[in-house]
Design a protein around this ligand. Structure first.
Ligand SMILES: [Zn+2]
Length: 266
């Protein structure tokens, strides 16, 4: 054992240094001090009435969000009016599929042209008809592949998929990454990756490393025991308070696209 001691010390030192240098390279490469750290909140599906009420309650925090709407043809005129009001307030309205198809499965079966014809083009036509300015897209279920990404990036400035897991915040990929395909992490209470403690860790990391955290939820609710696909108001208030107290800001998805407003081009 004694004989091996110098070797063990050498190996330990090597391990510690290689681990640290990896960490330093990773964070320094990703950090951008010119970026105002922030949060991009996104909500999926058709919960327009709930989103509208939530917007009224959270306006005092100067919040904004991106509402990714599916099945636009099923909404009534009052819901369309609420979407227009949300858009006017500075929120973004994005696409989430005309039929809410699983893109990967549909394309594997019918091809990319059929997908665009049935899922994307009628959605854009109707949303544009309603004067909803749609330049971003969120994948239903987060299911995607590179072929669909390439086709959609011809029609949208930026697209959002999903990510899971509860790894250390520096290993997560739920931040704006200077590309046009982003990965959000769930904030619905029953989402497998969600806990308040983990959300706080992600927010702290976001603040310290000048990141922009991408989150996704569905129906916004005030009740205490939420069902699946429900984001609690207390979660949103926690995020709003954190953003306000730390001089961070809210971003919409299109603000993150490579345009003049991209924080990474400053
Ligand atoms: Zn959805």
């Amino acid at each position: 054992m004694k004989k091996n001691l110098p070797l063990i010390i050498l190996l330990c030192t090597f391990f510690i240094f290689s681990f640290q240098s990896k960490k330093i390279v990773k964070s320094s490469k990703a950090d951008n001090p010119n970026v105002t750290a922030g949060v991009a909140l996104t909500f999926d599906d058709t919960f327009v009435n709930e989103w509208y009420d939530t917007d009224k309650q959270l306006r005092k925090y100067s919040w904004k969000a991106t509402f990714c709407v599916s099945e636009i043809n099923t909404l009534n005129s009052s819901e369309i009016a609420k979407l227009l009001a949300l858009q006017k307030e500075g929120n973004e309205i994005a696409g989430h599929g005309f039929n809410h198809y699983d893109a990967k499965k549909f394309v594997a079966q019918y091809g990319i042209d059929a997908y665009l014809n049935q899922e994307i083009d009628p959605m854009l036509a109707l949303m544009n008809f309603y004067s909803l300015n749609v330049t971003s897209f969120a994948y239903p279920f987060g299911f995607r592949n590179a072929i669909i990404d390439a086709a959609l990036l011809k029609k949208f400035k930026i697209i959002r998929a999903t990510t899971y897991g509860a790894e250390a915040p520096y290993e997560q990929n739920c931040y704006y990454n200077n590309t046009r395909v982003l990965y959000g992490i769930g904030m619905d209470t029953t989402h497998p990756s969600f806990s308040t403690a983990y959300l706080k860790k992600l927010l702290n990391y976001t603040r310290e490393h000048h990141k922009i955290l991408i989150l996704f939820g569905h129906k916004t609710v005030n009740k205490k025991a939420p069902a699946n696909y429900e984001t609690e108001m207390k979660t949103l208030k926690l995020i709003c308070n954190f953003v306000k107290q730390n001089n961070m800001k809210f971003y919409t998805l299109s603000e993150l696209s490579k345009s003049k407003s991209s924080p990474f081009l400053k």
